[in-house]
Design a protein around this ligand. Sequence first.
Ligand code: DP6
Length: 356
Amino acid sequence: MNTDSFVFDALEAGQYQTQWQAPSNIALVKYWGKHGEQLPKNPSISFTLSQCVTTTAVNFSPREQGDAAFDFLFDQKKQPEFHPKIQQFLERITPFFPALERHHLSISSHNSFPHSSGIASSASAMAAMALCIVDFEKQFHSDWTEEAFLRKASFLARLGSGSAARSIAGPLTVWGHSKAFPQSNDHFAIAPAVEWHPIFQNYQDTVLIVDKGQKKVSSTLGHGLMQGHPFATQRFEQAHTHIEQLKTALTTGDLERFIDLTEAEALCLHAMMMTSNPRYVLMQPNTLSILQKVEVFRAQTQLPLCFTLDAGANIHLLYPLQYRIPIMDFIQEELVVHCQKGQYIEDQVGNGAQKI
Ligand code: DP6
């Protein structure tokens, strides 16, 4: 794809203030491996969440020569450890919106979920920041459709963090070219115009916090280890096949197939980490205890509960809203004991970002 159409320079520097809320997302088919400038090695698909969100306000003002590009507050406090990631994001997106060089950005951010809960916040954080920036740009495009706006927001968010491309729209978004979704591409995520089966409306995601700590290997490093990985080719092919099969399960409401594919993806992601060079394990004993209990519970009750994992020890439990009561009872009675300080977060599928 020629990305020239994403370049736009505003005519003059101005004052502007905006605020956006962007959701976190949970991948069903995982993005693991990238190339070039934040381009995925395989397509991924995710549920957009509704409760785990980042809210970000940005105040744009004309920048004098020598002024800093931005200042940043997280929960009203200065947090310099976030600066390198924001700096890198702004550097990557400036070629697509050179007017940023003539503005100072005062950024203030807040997460709805506990900070350091072990829940990745880079997707929602980068998406919220990208939305504020595209909202600023929008003033100069009187002809922009909603679709063009969301497309550019996802394009910029991707440059901050790959999975952030999928944190703009909902309820399901696809990033990376897949035969199953004709409009899909590597540069921005789309919310396919597909009639998903109603069972997936309000699908529940209970996030079990097994470990609140910093991951010992970051996702960015993990993606890099797919370069030269002995199973890389097979893995990328598998993701293509899985996304096609998952599309069928998601449109027909075939929960057995949905569970099979979702859990296979989660374990394959971790298998890639365990077989990279260097190899590493992010699951913990409590992660495995939970996975085993979920398997037994499903076999005994026949309830369609399944798990997925991100690149960490925490577990996302996915299930239809109608089974919430027995499943929450099971979580409280059997699984909370494996969570750090008994912590879990209740979330569900949502419809995407909003302007505040
Ligand atoms: C395991 O989007 O965090 O969550 O592009 O380097 O910022 P960067 O990586 P990131 O990778 C997330 C990987 C994953 C799977 C997924 O969300 O698809």
